[in-house]
Design a binder for this molecule. Structure first.
Ligand code: AHR
Length: 494
């Protein structure tokens, strides 16, 4: 068999919501503190406390939406601890992540300022596990109410006259686990109660997101849709790619070939999750009003040796780039239901875009995939049929290629392709149907010559995108030769 991709450019399968390229930044390890926030007095160049190098790099990604403050941290977070003069803010213990002191210097104002600087929609995750209905209700009032009220007046006292716009709000996080160890029936009732008091003030309309399932827990989705489906706009899903077991997840670098493939096998299971959770949602919501919000995804390895186990700091290699490419192709395919996805996490935690150490910064291979794929944001998903050679691995067979395509507002067709093989190139025949033929083709490739190739502060450009020359075309057909371990994006002017 050979690898082939048929693209029906005149058959559109929905819009790829830009929020699929969303991010997640938690008070965990060095994501917020050091990664984003260094404080106004830092020697590291910053703007209002946010480090400039990181800001510049993130702006380039056109981040559509940023989720905060957690994660597990969200259900221990009391937002009033993080407002007012910074030196007077409560110092607390981040019990979930490393037991370190949380000085609350990065709070509601700083987060919403960061979103404004990035041009990203804020997505705030409220506290159900250890918070109250009143606390959640007042947070929304503080952020979005324009008139005279205790919370709006407090906001003004703290220096912000006008309310912010806040669209995305989640009622709890992982309430089946760190967010309270609840049963779905109990959480669904709490969701119904808490969300009642998440008010729309003035023209601010909140898109309410309920805590969804842990990976393969289909019963959770069933119960939530049945008991609360009419009262929510989005239902979350969390799924992490773990190469081995939760007790020994495998290393981020220096791993054997078997873990290259077990990682990709685990990633491909996202397809099963999207299909099955969507099928349950379809029973209650056939018109697909409710979005599936994959607000935590990415690789999770053993932490880097010598680092705080509670900080979840890991390196990021070409393997992570292929994982990101596969996930995006799947989110595109399921874009009618998947309206948002947030990679865990933006900086220094899990599958990060950026790693920092003091004043140093390195962009990861995953960063480059986000940059290459951003052309799909808000584009029309096209009908794509993939035929692929299969790779044999001890964990079973897996496809050699993954692909998706979209059409941008200016008519450009973007095709994204991944070669999952660690050692063989993939020749792919692309048949672009439903257009008048192929005009100009441009391409970018991200690849490497070792499975764990990665960027360091000393060699920040070891893995970086390059022009892709291995593509030829005639009429409506293209031939592309993908190197092993690669992610490619083609731009086709039809
Ligand atoms: O992203 C790290 C953690 O993973 C989050 O805090 C939690 O929601 C999940 O278990």
């Amino acid at each position: 068999m050979a690898n082939g991709v048929i693209i029906n450019a005149d058959v559109q399968k929905g819009t790829i919501d830009r929020n699929i390229y969303g991010h997640f930044a938690e008070h965990l390890g060095r994501c917020i503190y050091e990664g984003l926030w260094v404080g106004e007095d830092s020697a590291i160049p910053n703007t209002n406390g946010i480090r400039n190098d990181v800001l510049e790099a993130l702006r380039k990604l056109s981040i559509p939406v940023l989720r905060w403050p957690g994660g597990c941290f969200a259900d221990e977070y009391h937002w009033k601890d993080g407002i007012g003069p910074r030196e007077q803010r409560k110092r607390m213990v981040n019990t979930h992540w490393g037991g370190v002191v949380e000085n609350n210097h990065f709070g509601t104002h700083e987060f919403l300022m960061l979103c404004e600087m990035l041009g990203a929609e804020p997505y705030i995750n409220g506290n159900v596990g250890s918070g109250t209905v009143q606390e959640m209700s007042e947070w929304v009032e503080y952020v979005t109410f324009d008139g005279e009220s205790p919370m709006a007046d407090l906001r003004r006292k703290n220096g912000r006259e006008k309310p912010w716009s806040l669209k995305y709000f989640a009622v709890g996080n992982e309430n089946w686990g760190c967010g309270g160890n609840m049963r779905p029936e109990f959480y669904a009732d709490l969701y119904r109660q808490f969300q009642t008091y998440v008010r729309n003030y003035g023209s601010n309309k909140i898109y309410k997101i309920a805590c969804g399932a842990n990976s393969f827990d289909y019963n959770w989705t069933e119960v939530l849709m049945r008991q609360a489906g009419k009262l929510l706009h989005g239902l979350s899903l969390h799924y992490y790619t773990v190469p081995k077991t939760w007790a020994d997840k495998g290393a981020a670098t220096g791993f054997p070939v078997s873990e290259w493939y077990s990682t990709l096998q685990a990633t491909l299971r996202m397809e099963e999750l999207l299909t099955k959770h969507s099928a349950i949602m379809d029973q209650y919501d056939p018109d697909k009003r409710v979005g599936l919000i994959v607000d935590e995804w990415g690789t999770w390895y053993n932490v880097e040796p010598g680092t705080n186990p509670g900080f979840l700091y890991q390196q990021n290699t070409i393997r992570d780039a292929v994982v990101a490419g596969i996930n995006f192709n799947l989110f595109h395919k399921h874009c009618e239901r998947v309206r948002m996805a947030n990679i865990a996490q933006t900086i220094n935690v899990l599958q990060a875009m950026i790693l920092t150490e003091g004043a140093q910064m390195a962009l990861t291979p995953t960063y480059h995939v986000f940059d290459m794929f951003k052309v799909h944001q808000d584009a029309a998903a096209l009908d794509v049929h993939v035929s692929t050679d299969m790779l044999e691995d001890e964990g079973g067979a897996l496809p050699q290629i993954s692909a998706s395509a979209s059409k941008a507002a200016d008519g450009t067709i973007h095709v994204s392709l991944c070669n999952l093989s660690h050692d063989s190139s993939a020749d792919v025949a692309i048949d672009l149907r439903g257009t008048g033929g192929i005009g100009f083709v441009d391409g970018t490739v991200l690849t490497a010559d070792a499975m764990d190739a990665h960027n360091t502060f000393e060699k920040p450009d070891a893995v970086k995108p390059a022009p892709f020359g291995s593509v030829t075309g005639q009429g409506s057909r293209l031939s592309a030769s993908l190197p092993p371990m690669s992610v490619v994006v083609l731009a086709i002017k039809a």
